[in-house]
Design a protein around this ligand. Structure first.
Ligand code: ATP
Length: 387
């Protein structure tokens, strides 16, 4: 069994237990209506010094401190093996932390078993019950809890309408596309009205178009419900589109926490800068006259910027005809141009240095491979960083 399959099996078991253990909650709908999409205070999460050491010396999480606000769409972002799933499993109660404390709504939850936590999880591979149709998959949790048939039917219909799958309600799950299955999985999790919804790479099995459509729908759903979503992905674009805040992780540690614009525009270190997409990163050395030596040439107008490296985002570079001289302009040759619809992506050579540029396809002059240009760097868009 893969890590993800084990997690799904454990979560399904916890869900079944949760439903039999939990008395019916007659106030659930009232609560939902009353929140009207406002954050529920009970779902704020606080992690203090959380550690996870697996037997054999693997350190999956090393001292994680994190505050997630009630009603936030919060994303754990990082490369494979950085500890995202382990952190999600600790929140779900499927893994014990080996150190630290986790509180949800101010209550310590580490000793609360998975089935007693107000938490549901949506997985990459849907984990639907194959022998049940869409209606029965969505209503499974309510039926296990003993909610009567008519009420169950009414709430399934309401949730299906909310997630826009009313027309699929009587289908077998085997007859659904990937995107439809993921909508059913989401409806099945939301009908239980958990305080906290955990989403483990739920969109990564979908094709690009459907994926971006569901990215928008998921964040709209989260805003309408005011529920706290903790979303795991290794896709930086997805994290930026959907999240209120992102925690970038590497090697079991959090590298930076902040809104998408901060993470992209003001990365805290070289790892975050590299991970967040197209990046030109060069070592810098300050010279006696206050300018900066870089592999491109001398950069001026950088004031008292401090850092061992400079980050030049490709979209901040301008390409001008080669005869245009001036400060922070460097003669470069076009190696390659990729047409990307709204913009073109260039690879250039400036002396021995390769550099990428992105130029809008609207009204900007475009160049062909082999042509020379004056590559222009805007000093106000530079970011200085250390390791
Ligand atoms: P991915 O994106 O590939 O799912 P991830 O960021 O979710 O990766 P985790 O699954 O949390 O990473 O794993 C973090 C580290 O802990 C990895 O080095 C992994 O090999 C290790 N690990 C996870 N589960 C176990 C386990 N049960 N026993 C030993 N090591 C484990």
């Amino acid at each position: 069994m893969t890590n993800s399959e084990t997690m799904q099996a454990e979560a399904a078991e916890a869900e079944a237990k949760r439903q039999t253990d939990k008395p019916p909650d007659p106030y659930a709908e009232v609560r939902r209506n009353a929140t009207g999409g406002k954050p529920r205070e009970a779902s704020a999460i606080s992690l203090r010094g959380v550690q996870k050491h697996f037997p054999g010396g693997v350190v999956a999480l090393e001292h994680i401190d994190l505050e997630i606000e009630a009603g936030e769409f919060f994303t754990l972002l990082g490369p494979s093996g950085c500890g995202k799933t382990t952190l999600l499993r600790i929140l779900a109660g499927l893994e014990d932390a080996t150190g630290g404390a986790v509180a949800v709504g101010g209550q310590d939850i580490l000793r609360t078993p998975a089935h007693r936590r107000s938490v549901n999880t949506v997985f990459q591979s849907y984990a639907l019950f194959p022998h049940l149709n869409v209606r029965d998959n969505i209503g499974f949790g309510l039926r296990m809890r003993g909610v009567d048939r008519d009420e169950c039917q009414r709430r399934v219909d309401e949730t299906a309408k909310f997630i826009k799958i009313s027309d699929l309600i009587d289908r077998d799950v085997a007859q659904l596309s990937g995107g439809q299955k993921q909508r059913v999985a989401l409806a099945r999790a939301l009908i239980n009205e958990p305080d906290l919804l955990l989403l483990d790479e739920p969109l990564s099995a979908l094709d690009a178009g459907l994926r971006s459509q569901l990215q928008v729908e998921l964040s709209q759903t989260q805003q309408r419900l005011g529920m706290t979503f903790v979303f795991v992905t290794h896709d930086q674009q997805e994290a930026m589109v959907m999240s209120d805040r992102i925690a970038v992780m590497n090697d079991g540690r959090i590298q930076q926490v902040g809104p998408p614009e901060d993470i992209y525009e003001r990365p805290a270190n070289l790892f975050v800068a590299r991970f967040m997409g197209h990046t030109n990163l060069f070592p810098v050395e300050r010279t006696g006259d206050g300018s900066l030596d870089t592999p491109l040439g001398s950069l001026t107008g950088c004031g008292d910027c401090i850092g061992s490296h400079v980050l030049i985002r490709p979209e901040t570079i301008e390409l001008l005809p080669p005869e245009e001289a001036g400060d922070n302009r460097f003669r470069a040759r076009i190696l390659d141009r990729l047409y990307r619809g709204a913009f073109a992506e260039y690879q250039l050579e400036c002396g021995d240095t390769r550099i990428a540029a992105i130029v809008s396809n609207r009204g900007q002059r475009q160049y062909d491979p082999g042509e020379h240009v004056a590559l222009t760097v805007d000093s106000s868009g530079l970011v200085f960083l250390d390791e």
